[in-house]
Design a protein around this ligand. Structure first.
Ligand SMILES: CC(C)(COP(=O)(O)OP(=O)(O)OC[C@H]1O[C@@H](n2cnc3c(N)ncnc32)[C@H](O)[C@@H]1OP(=O)(O)O)[C@@H](O)C(=O)NCCC(=O)NCCS
Length: 161
C-alpha cells in the first residue's frame, strides 16, 4: 500500500502553470538544481516530459526526462522531504517510464551520485542496472553511476499499492 491516500492523489503532466510549485520543490527537494529560467524551459519544451504527484493541489513530487531518439534521459526526480519513503518516487518514476515508452523510448538512463543511497535504492527497485561510472563527475568529487534500464524488459516496480 502507498502510505498516502491514493484516492487523494493524482499524477499529472507538469506545464508552465506549475512553475511556482516546481520552484518550491526545486529548493526543498533538489537543492536548487535549476534556475527559474531553466525550469520554464523544461516545462515548455516539447521534447521534455515532466510529471508530478499532486495531493490537495500541493505538488509533493516531480520527475522530468528528455526523449533523445529512443532513450529517455531522466534529468530530475525529487520528493518533498516530509513525504519521503511513502512510495511517491517509485509511483512517479513508473508513470514517467510508461509515458516515455509510449512516446518511443526503448531505454531509460540517468546518472546518480555514488553516495545517494536513497536514489540508488529507488532506481534499483525499478529495475535499473549500473552500466558505468563517471569518476569525480560532480563538483564535490563524487562519482556518477550511469544507470540503465531496458524498457522492453522493464521489471515491475515493487509497488506498495
Ligand atoms: C531519492 C528520492 C526521490 C526517493 O523518494 P521517495 O519517495 O522517498 O522514494 P520511495 O518511497 O518511492 O522509495 C522507493 C525505494 O527507494 C529506496 N529508498 C528510498 N529512500 C531510501 C533511503 N532513504 N534509503 C535507502 N533506500 C531508499 C527503497 O528501495 C524504496 O523502497 P522501499 O521503501 O520499499 O524500501 C528522495 O529521497 C529525494 O527526493 N531525494 C532528494 C533528491 C534526489 O536525490 N534525487 C535523485 C537524484 S539522482
Amino acid at each position: 500500500m502507498l502510505k498516502h491516500d491514493i484516492q487523494a492523489m493524482e499524477v499529472i503532466h507538469l506545464g508552465p502553470e506549475q512553475i511556482n510549485a516546481c520552484m518550491e520543490l526545486n529548493q526543498l527537494a533538489l537543492n536548487g538544481l535549476w534556475s527559474k529560467q531553466q525550469w520554464i524551459q523544461e516545462l515548455i519544451d516539447s521534447r521534455s516530459l515532466c510529471m508530478g504527484v499532486l495531493k490537495s493541489s500541493t505538488l509533493l513530487a516531480l520527475a522530468c526526462g528528455w526523449l533523445v531518439v529512443d532513450e529517455l534521459h531522466l534529468t530530475a526526480i525529487g520528493v518533498h522531504p516530509q513525504h519521503r519513503r511513502q512510495g511517491l518516487a517509485r509511483l512517479l518514476l513508473s508513470k514517467l517510464l510508461e509515458q516515455g515508452q509510449r512516446t518511443g523510448a526503448i531505454h531509460a538512463t540517468l546518472e546518480v551520485a555514488r553516495n545517494n543511497s536513497a536514489a540508488r535504492g529507488l532506481y534499483e527497485s525499478c529495475g535499473f542496472k549500473t552500466a558505468g561510472c563517471r569518476h569525480h563527475y560532480y563538483s564535490n568529487g563524487q562519482d556518477a553511476l550511469i544507470q540503465w534500464l531496458s524498457l522492453g524488459k522493464q521489471a515491475e516496480p515493487r509497488q506498495k499499492i
